[in-house]
Design a binder for this molecule. Sequence first.
Ligand code: PEP
Ligand code: MN
Length: 346
Amino acid sequence: MIIVMSTQATQQDVDDVLERMAAEGLKPHISEGEERIVIGVVGHTYAELIDVFSAYNNVENVIPISKPFKQASREFRPIDTVIDVDGVPIGGGQELAVMAGPCAIESEDQLMRTAEVVAQQGARFLRGGAYKPRTSPYGFRGLGEEGLKLHAKARAATGLKVITEVMTPADVPLVAEYADILQIGARNMQNFNLLDEVGKIDKPVMLKRGMSATIEEWLLAAEYILKGGNHRVMLCERGIRTFEHYTRNTMDLSAIPVVKRLSHLPVIADPSHGTGKWHLIEPMAKASVACGADGLIIEVHPSPDHALSDGPQSLTFDNFRKTMEQVRQVGQAVGRKVGQPALAMA
Ligand code: PEP
Ligand code: MN
């Protein structure tokens, strides 16, 4: 349920409600809006408690949360969540979070060159998989811990924060040691043991939409992580499977404003996996920003033709620069700040 305090509520009024919650064994989640405070509670909130809290001073309304995803819902938290990634904010109208880099970390040279270019173009996050889910067991499955070490090296050299996928519960502690954001891939969106595990850590998590997942299933998957106590969760729309074969997936742009309405969690758009084609990244990136995405995750490779995974949907350095230029223009049109390119060194 949610407890909406009136605009006249004093700190003492709020404290009285919180004290009663503690006595009832309930855990509050406080959202301080500009005008009023809303307190969300999940768990065993018995119907009679609605009457109990309604009687408190300056409680305007006590409403049960109607959605099955409780903590992920906007009812629970009316204001946007802003995730602090080691000093870089994501969500809530902050600068567009641009995450860019190779699909898979292949070598030090490949990662370092890409990291320098994307940082120079205004990205704040470096993506790169060290553990790769591959359809074929003969595909390149990543460098494992060696890849994580290269990521840490690239972070030290460029200041970029790093995001990488974790595929199995047993790997969570190791990946969390190196990564700034842990990615849960589309194929693992409903790996509930993995969701439980990342719910226990103190690192942000990006949850990709499963390729056949409804929006409700996706938000319920996020709920697992929130329920575990990890509130730094962002969602990533990466395309869904449809009858269309011209594109690898169908980028569900409408999911962005739908989720922004249903949930307070930041939404990142992935036009690389969303389309499978490098020349569709720029238009879908621009559309995603216009639709209200809080960030973009884009695959970039020094030589996409030689990439060990997802080459056809990876941008060259030059195409990434052009895409960023275009995204900046859309950002300006919709009032969203986008990272500027660093001035060329003299
Ligand atoms: C990836 O980010 O490289 C990836 C495997 O993504 P997804 O889980 O969306 O397919
Ligand atoms: Mn990929």
